[in-house]
Design a protein around this ligand. Structure first.
Ligand code: JHZ
Length: 388
């Protein structure tokens, strides 16, 4: 039974960057978030139909940041080169490209990206991850020693089906490894922008272990990661097949201390979210009053939630810069702020830049030393609304 604790209002498709002519057909939904009392899962009250988000026009490229390219390269070096791997949600191949196509295959429902990894030589199933698909792959390719997914499992509405499908395709001694944003980090950082259509769930280790165990799998190890504003890498195996590392209980008891197994914790989080909205809007209005030019750095899915929930449009944020070619020349979803390349828009006229990609603050501040030296400032809402 889901109990609603947060209403983030009408929201568009977070990665639905669009042209002016497309505004009239733009899709909106109610973004409401609840707590499932049985499994302790934080999950949306109603899910957006996946093909509306993940299709041939999907614009998020995992390889756009150096941080993530290095992250996946480093991780891939820990894997046995000769283990048969399946990646669920291979995007533009940012992880997959580190493996020999003879051993690594993938699943990717965004057909624009599936085409890219096929061209790179990898067998890629251009489909959503389901029990039905895992049966097809088992017949065609055989079972897998490793099933990997980064920023993908929390995108799947039906977790029971997804985990059953993993259990079906995994070798008996195989390892299911996946990373997604951490609920503990979201609560601690007030980073409510982790919630958007593509993230129907935000995972605690407690909730994940409950749901995995209902489907024949269990968590054997947890690694806390810095990427994407704080994520967890979960290592899971078939029940009884692995030794349970102390990190599992450590994470669960930390989460219990934070109250992630109780609805009240999320009610107070919702109060902090409302305050964050007021603070951000007030700060941007003040900048406008002082005739400062404010732009946004990184046209992220996260900033779609922020701009639409807070009602921030081109009057407060002139435009957004982003390195992704597929986003440039378009408008941001819902609030229709123009997007351009950093070469075009990140220039001397900018006074302040709201960090849509706050999760890459280190990479961005290293890259934008000139801007910082001449007095340019960044604005963030994480963990509180402030100038950096
Ligand atoms: P970034 C996406 O979320 C969607 P987003 C998805 N649902 C998910 O889970 C996470 O990714 C992992 C640009 N950029 O990674 C590139 C610059 O312009 O925070 C990207 O468009 N300059 C799958 O969209 C965006 O910012 C830079 O220097 O919230 C970053 O998007 C850098 C570093 C990035 O994910």
């Amino acid at each position: 039974m889901k109990k609603q604790f947060l209403d983030l209002g009408k929201q568009p498709i977070a990665n639905g960057f669009l042209y002016k002519e497309e505004i009239k057909d733009e899709f909106f939904f109610d973004l409401k978030v609840g707590f499932d009392e049985k499994t302790k899962l934080i999950t949306q009250m109603e899910y957006v139909d996946p093909p509306l988000m993940f299709n041939e026009n999907y614009s998020y490229r995992g390889s756009m940041s150096k941080t993530m390219r290095e992250h996946f390269k480093k991780l891939s070096q820990k894997f046995n080169r000769f283990t048969k791997i399946l990646e669920i949600g291979s995007n533009d191949g940012v992880f997959l490209k580190n493996f020999n196509p003879a051993y690594a295959i993938s699943v990717e429902p965004c057909t624009n990206f599936a085409k890219e990894t096929i061209e790179m030589g990898y067998t890629t199933y251009p489909k959503f991850w389901t029990m039905e698909l895992s049966e097809v792959i088992k017949k065609n390719e055989g079972k897998r020693g490793i099933i990997f997914a980064a920023n993908c499992i929390c995108h799947i509405p039906d977790l029971n089906d997804a985990f059953k499908a993993v259990e079906n395709l995994l070798d008996d001694e195989g390892m299911f490894i996946f990373e997604d944003p951490s609920l503990a980090e979201m609560i601690n950082n007030n980073s409510y922008d982790q919630i958007y259509d593509e993230h129907p769930h935000i995972f605690s280790v407690i909730a994940l272990d409950n749901i995995l165990q209902n489907n024949g799998l269990e968590i054997v190890k947890v690694k806390n990661l810095k990427v994407h504003g704080g994520s967890n890498r979960i290592y899971a195996m078939k029940i009884g097949k692995g030794n349970i590392h102390e990190s599992v209980e450590k994470n669960k008891s930390f989460e219990r201390i934070l109250g992630l197994d109780k609805l009240d914790t999320f009610k107070s989080f919702a109060d902090r979210v409302k305050q964050s909205k007021k603070d951000l809007v007030n700060l941007l209005k003040q900048c406008k009053k002082e005739n400062k030019k404010v732009i946004s750095y990184g046209a992220t899915s996260k900033s779609t939630t922020i701009f639409n929930y807070c009602g921030i449009g081109p009057d407060l944020i002139k435009y957004i810069t982003d390195t992704t070619p597929e986003k440039q020349g378009k408008l941001s979803p819902g609030m229709h702020i123009p997007i351009m390349s950093p070469e075009e828009g990140f220039n001397e006229s900018v006074n302040y830049a709201y960090l849509g990609a706050w999760n890459f603050i280190k990479e961005i501040s290293e890259k934008e030393l000139e801007y910082i030296k001449r007095g340019g400032k960044f604005i963030t809402h994480v963990p509180i609304v402030k100038f950096i």
